[in-house]
Design a protein around this ligand. Structure first.
Ligand code: HEM
Ligand code: HEM
Length: 181
């Protein structure tokens, strides 16, 4: 069966891995909602929403770096081998794609802010741009790339969540349980 233990019972991901996965997932959902809302609310609410989006964005960036460091140093250990079927081969591609897109999305968020001539402010801390001034065109390019990539992440993460529910409800193979709280 796809993703099941190789000779050993499947074990759950550690509490750190599960915590990192779900805190990132919730933050990404919140960031998407705030991002989509920021241009649709009355003017007075735009600033506060951008400000919350920036603080949560910096928190997400810190969690993302921790998560990648945790992963590459072997912290994400679990005893299973991915299946060799289509789903087994697609899963690592989707997971790798999500990591890559998240990294780029976070970088684009900082660049979208800095290119507009503003610092990234998070929980009162001010992170100034290490770059010189940028043109209006560059600013718009970073902003729209950030907006489009947000949709791509939500679509891919939606497919990923649906696959997890398939594992839980149809395949009943414990894949969701090992990441569940
Ligand atoms: C996965 C994480 C994130 C998602 C899903 C996300 C999503 C979005 C969306 C949908 C928008 C609206 C884009 C548009 O105008 O169409 C937006 C705007 C923006 N985001 Fe993000 N974002 C994320 C992370 C970040 C981070 C880490 C930062 C920087 C620290 C950031 C900074 C910004 C800025 C500066 C804007 C433009 C605000 C303005 O118009 O004044 N975002 N984001
Ligand atoms: C923005 C939302 C999400 C993102 C970015 C995301 C990202 C990821 C990534 C990158 C992995 C691979 C972890 C690794 O091997 O290092 C993973 C694993 C996993 N995710 Fe998500 N995820 C999200 C939402 C969800 C949701 C909503 C569910 C369930 C309904 C879910 C269930 C799982 C499960 C069960 C695994 C473990 C898969 C396995 O052990 O083969 N994820 N997720």
């Amino acid at each position: 069966m796809d993703g099941m233990g190789v000779g050993v019972a499947p074990v759950r991901y550690s509490v750190e891995t599960r915590w990192l996965h779900w805190s990132c997932a919730w933050l990404i959902g919140a960031q998407f909602v705030l991002g989509e809302a920021m241009h649709r609310v009355p003017r007075a609410l735009h600033g506060p929403i951008v400000s919350v989006h920036l603080s949560l964005g910096v928190l997400l960036a810190a969690l993302f770096v921790t998560r990648v460091a945790w992963r590459v140093t072997g912290g994400r250990a679990i005893r299973f081998a991915a299946g060799t079927g289509l789903a087994g081969r697609a899963a690592p591609l989707v997971h790798g794609g999500l990591y890559l897109m998240l990294g780029v999305e976070i970088a684009l968020g900082y660049l979208a802010r800095w290119s507009g001539g503003n610092p990234v402010e998070a929980f009162g801390a001010v992170i100034r741009s290490p770059f010189g001034p940028m043109s209006r065109e560059t600013h718009h390019l970073f902003g729209s790339a950030h907006g489009w990539l947000a949709w791509a992440i939500i679509v891919l993460a939606g497919g990923h969540g649906a696959a997890a529910l398939y594992h839980a409800r149809v395949a009943r193979d414990g894949v969701l349980r090992r990441m569940w709280a």
